[in-house]
Write a protein that binds this ligand. Structure first.
Ligand code: HEC
Length: 92
């Protein structure tokens, strides 16, 4: 094996290692969204509103209140981040 090939393989392996936690995290958060936000209505409705980041924060606060105790602050934060990222809301 040439040094060049070894370098390419090493760099690729390193990139994969760094990519893994991000993939695992988003998968877990998607599960959280499906678990918590599919309880009372469809997931399409959960993702369906047209709102900016502030609007979504308000919706999350309302849903969290409705679910009384079912969604923790930390979960609400992660789900909000997931929704904004999935819908491409940039926070402006
Ligand atoms: C305890 C039941 C319950 C849970 C859990 C719940 N919702 Fe809702 N949701 C409702 C009800 C009832 C409505 C319709 C009345 C309303 O909008 O307040 C609604 C409406 C909505 C709407 C439409 C509101 C709008 O302003 O357009 C969105 C979006 C939504 N939910 C998102 C979510 C998300 C995201 C989650 C997970 C964090 C969630 N919901 C969890 C009960 C729930």
């Amino acid at each position: 094996m040439t040094r060049m090939m070894i370098r390419i393989i090493a760099v690729t392996a390193l990139a994969l290692v760094f990519a893994l936690p991000a993939v695992a995290l988003s998968g877990e958060t998607q599960y959280l969204f499906e678990d918590k936000c599919g309880l009372c209505h469809s997931l399409e409705q959960s993702m369906g509103a047209e709102a900016d980041a502030v609007g979504w924060a308000a919706i999350m606060a309302r849903m969290k209140q409705k679910a009384s105790g079912l969604i923790s602050d930390e979960e609400a934060e992660r789900i909000l981040e997931y929704i904004l990222k999935t819908k491409g809301v940039d926070g402006k």
